[in-house]
Design a protein around this ligand. Structure first.
Ligand code: URA
Length: 451
């Protein structure tokens, strides 16, 4: 329910946006009512954009404390209804990734973790720029419905334990407005504003535990490791102030995760993993198990991380995870047979190009950002929110960093529906791949854990 907050200050005087701008401009601390006023004003359009923009710039120049960030987060979340699963007697847990290339982990993770008897209401977004989006990947299954009314999300969580859906228009509407203004005023990079933006949507989702996957590297939102760590620390401490159980994994995104980049082929990879094919994409498999195990621990479902890992591996080998995935497809309007015969339903685009090694050596490095950009050129992603996605377009990496190659070995197959797109994608992908004489050092997927 929308909570209507008082728009009066403590002394009964009507609150004015100009006073809040001045207060922040002078580096003073704002209280809960004041943040409520700003968030409601943003959601309801009751103050002009120039005042909200000035306020955001003041917040950029005088960063909010953790407590202020939590207050702003809560205020933003309360500008729309909050999903309520309090009558469901299970821990409720979700994860949020700051986004990357080939990061289709959520697709396998949500049904897998739900097998352990925890509720997973997983709200995701669409791809933009070089990063992919879970909703687009889900929609590579024909008729899979991601626009689900709150009542039906609740029912599905109660009966099945998992539902994967898109952000509704009324969920934390203040964020949509404030994000658009930040984008236009050079204030996106403010860490407290990023934290409030991310967490307002997660807080509104009604979970009690949240795992953050904060990536670093060329394909990540935060490219530098120290910046990712600082963001993760603030996300975790703010989430805790909001009463959520939270921890963050700092994970590698200098190179793409797994073998698939695109929508139908990331879905194909997911299904193969859920079928128990550990060797197809070992880094992707590891990401799913590690993320899932931490989710089980923070939700209180399992104390011991190693037992949690074993539990999840067991749900894959005994077929429960694939069964849960199949049922989820059915609940959400898709054809559950996709889970059994993915190659029949998840088709690659009709044109393809084999990218081959031009010399003997090792695959030294495949740049994540350039690979993601190549994916967009092929048609697998979008530069503007209104652009159409070609579900069959994308890249399959036959070789990954560390693999030995001979001249002429196929490193990747690229797919597109249009010859110009195929050409553009192939040219850019060529810049992403480095063949080296020496074998590169292996990298760690999970760099550290912030609790
Ligand atoms: N993702 C969000 O949802 N908000 C931000 O501000 C940045 C990344």
């Amino acid at each position: 329910m929308l909570e209507v907050r008082p728009l009066r200050s403590g002394g009964g005087r009507t609150m004015r946006m100009i006073d809040l701008i001045i207060k922040k401009r002078d580096g003073k601390t704002l209280n809960a009512e004041e943040f409520d006023f700003v968030a409601q004003a943003a959601a309801q359009g009751t103050v002009p954009d120039y005042q909200l923009s000035a306020f955001l710039m003041a917040c950029f120049l005088h960063p909010l404390s953790n407590k202020e960030t939590a207050l702003l987060t809560k205020a933003m979340a309360h500008t729309g209804p909050r999903l309520d699963f309090s009558d469901i007697d299970m821990p409720k847990v979700d994860k949020h990734s700051t986004g990357g290339v080939g990061d289709g982990v959520s697709l396998a993770l949500a049904p897998l973790v739900a097998c352990a008897g925890v509720a997973v209401p997983m709200m995701s977004g669409r791809g933009l720029g070089h990063t992919g989006g879970t909703l687009d990947k889900l929609e590579s299954i024909k008729n899979f419905e991601i626009r689900i009314p709150a009542k039906l999300i609740h029912r599905q969580i109660q009966k099945l334990g998992v539902c994967m859906f898109g952000q509704t228009k009324d969920l934390a509407p203040a964020d949509r407005k404030l994000y658009a203004l930040r984008d236009a005023t050079g204030t996106v990079e403010s860490r407290p504003l990023i934290v409030a933006s991310i967490l307002s949507k997660k807080y509104a989702e009604g979970v009690d535990s949240l795992l953050m996957d904060v990536k670093y590297g060329s394909g990540a939102f935060m490219q530098k490791l120290p910046d990712s760590k600082k963001l993760a620390q603030m996300l975790v401490s703010t989430a805790k102030l909001l009463g959520l159980n939270c921890r963050a994994l700092i994970t590698y995104m200098d190179q793409p995760l797994g073998r698939a980049v695109g929508n139908a082929n990331e879905m194909y990879q997911t299904i193969q993993i859920l079928k128990g094919d550990k060797d197809l994409a070992p880094d992707f498999y590891e990401a799913v198990i590690e993320t899932g195990a931490h989710m089980l621990v923070i939700s209180g479902r399992e104390k011991n991380l190693d037992k949690a890992r074993k539990m999840l591996t067991g749900y894959i080998t005994d077929g429960s995870a694939l069964r849960k995935f199949r049922e989820m497809i059915k609940w959400q309007g898709g054809n559950p047979t996709v889970a059994d015969e993915p190659e029949k339903f998840l088709k690659n685009a009709k044109l393809s190009f084999e990218f081959k090694a031009d010399k003997k050596g090792y695959v030294g490095f495949i740049d994540a950002k350039l690979t993601g950009r190549a994916g967009v050129l092929l048609g697998a992603g979008r530069d503007r929110m209104e652009d159409e996605i070609d579900f069959g377009a994308g890249i399959w990496l036959h070789k990954k960093a560390g693999d030995a190659v001979k001249k002429g070995d196929v490193i990747a197959t690229l797919y597109a529906s249009d010859p110009k797109r195929l050409q553009a994608g192939a040219e850019l992908f060529g810049q992403a791949v480095k063949i080296t004489a020496a074998k590169p050092k292996p990298y760690k997927l999970v760099h550290s854990i912030i609790k």
